[in-house]
Write a protein that binds this ligand. Structure first.
Ligand SMILES: O=C(O)C1=C[C@@H](OP(=O)(O)O)[C@@H](O)[C@H](O)C1
Ligand SMILES: C=C(OP(=O)(O)O)C(=O)O
Length: 437
């Protein structure tokens, strides 16, 4: 049953231990890569959220065998790099930009016709950013409005794909990954150069599947291989973007202490830890270990007094999805916080700069939207408000944390949290009542 609105009560001293659900980016990639290999891969801690279910559905429609056992372990059996088959229907990426853009890279290297679509939000997100480099490799992709938007029709390339050296104007792991995945089907070397390093899960997973990857700063190159060599098992680390809500909540709500288990701490994702620590947050890291090619740790955060921060374009790719909740942290910090270079937020599930400004203003925040960021004056007295999530999961969860830390909030269209974090509200209830373990 879908809820029209959800009331979140003010909370105090959040305590407990939270098992952080699997990383969304790595979950998508694990099923895509395993689907291009030719022996069964066991995937543990896969994120069964709506976005990652979209990836499973699309890969199944492309002929990959995917089964799940009662413990939530996935068993994925592909038929090799040339083993995908023409889907009998339109592929639906739902709300997931990652599914659509990465699949566009894979599909542009196939010898069959396919069409990719998504929900109204995804059909409004820019796709020319992947079509342009892929067309440069010889792929044939057509989209709505002069190939700016989905639905996308992908035809077999008459010439086959050729490697490219592509300098991306945007630091985007989705663009980089789409080009590298197409590179698996291309003649010669494929290179992507980014202005700043975006998350590098694709590079790490390429290596796990036996593809030699050459990396120098923000430049990455691969050569095609005859076949991917699959690991027997992938264990997906917990998602630091989901952990971020609890990091901020425990940092700003007095007398809180939360331990977050099994969080991915890949350096291309840990911008949120750097900024919170610079603000004065008390965060410790224990039990550092490896989960395959990805580093993980348990994080403990206790409440403390915070000060404002100032961040610019270099760190944005390392915390791009955490900016809405970082804006919430800024509401509780002494002094001004400034975020610059975050124009990419305008092309996410909704325009997140606009949405954060509009909704936190309703709660009494002093926040100004700039062309590429936000300026937030903290701390201000905050009030209860009815706020819109814009059906954007990160907006809904950020508003829930703001309401918990302030005087409560009523969130419209609250169910979208299931896009990346289906158990979010039950975990919030549990830590608010101190009964999370
Ligand atoms: O590659 C990925 O898994 C992702 C990359 C980021 O998008 P961009 O590549 O558009 O920056 C991020 O916002 C998204 O949630 C997941
Ligand atoms: C932007 C996001 O995801 P995607 O681009 O995959 O829709 C997100 O999870 O915040």
């Amino acid at each position: 049953m879908t809820e029209k609105c959800r009331r979140v009560a003010p909370g105090h001293n959040l305590t407990g231990v939270i098992d952080i659900p699997g990383d969304k980016s790595i979950s998508h990639r694990s099923v895509m890569f395993a689907g291009l290999a030719n022996s069964m891969v066991r995937i543990k801690n896969y994120l069964f959220s709506q976005d990652c279910l979209s990836t499973i559905h699309c890969m199944k429609a492309l002929g990959v065998q995917i089964e799940q056992d009662d413990n939530g372990v996935l068993y994925v059996t592909g038929h090799g790099l040339e083993g995908l088959s023409e889907p009998r229907d339109v592929l639906d990426a739902g709300n997931s930009g990652t599914t659509m853009r990465l699949l566009t890279g894979i599909l542009s290297g196939q010898k069959f016709f396919s069409v990719l679509t998504g929900d109204p939000s995804l059909r409004n997100r820019p796709m020319a950013r992947v079509i342009k480099p892929l067309a440069g490799m010889g792929s044939q992709i057509y989209g709505r409005d002069s190939s700016k938007f989905a639905p996308l029709a992908i035809l077999p390339s008459p010439t086959g794909l050729a490697g490219i050296e592509y300098t991306s104007p945007v630091a985007s792991a989705q663009i980089k990954s789409a080009v590298l995945l197409a590179g698996l089907f291309a003649r010669g070397r494929t290179t992507v150069i980014e202005p700043y390093l975006s998350r590098d899960h694709t590079e790490r997973m390429l290596e796990t599947f036996g593809v030699p990857v050459i990396r120098r700063g923000n430049t990455v190159s691969i050569e095609p291989v005859a076949a991917l060599t699959a690991p027997q098992e992938i264990e997906v680390p917990g998602d630091i973007s989901s952990a971020a809500f609890w990091l901020v909540a425990a940092a700003i709500i007095p007398n809180s202490r939360l331990t977050l288990k099994n969080v991915g701490i890949n350096p291309s994702r840990t911008g949120i830890l750097d900024v919170l620590k610079e603000m004065g947050a008390a965060i410790t890291m224990d039990n550092q270990r490896w989960s395959g090619s990805e580093p993980v740790a348990d994080l403990t955060v206790t409440s403390s007094s915070l000060t404002g921060f100032s961040i610019g374009p270099a760190i944005i790719p390392r915390l791009v999805d955490e900016i809405p909740v970082l804006a919430v942290a800024a509401l509780f910090a002494q002094g001004r916080s400034v975020i610059q270079g975050a124009q990419e937020l305008r092309v996410k599930e909704t325009d997140r700069l606009k949405a954060v400004t509009a909704e936190l203003t309703k709660m009494g925040a002093k926040i100004t939207e700039t062309d590429d960021g936000l300026v937030i004056e903290g701390p201000q007295p905050l009030n209860f408000a009815v706020c819109q999530s814009y059906d954007d999961h990160r907006m809904a969860m950020s508003l829930a944390i703001a309401g918990t830390a302030a005087k409560g909030v009523e969130i419209l269209e609250p169910d979208c949290v299931a896009i990346s974090y289906p158990g979010f509200y039950s975990t919030l209830d549990a830590v608010s009542n101190g009964c999370c373990r």
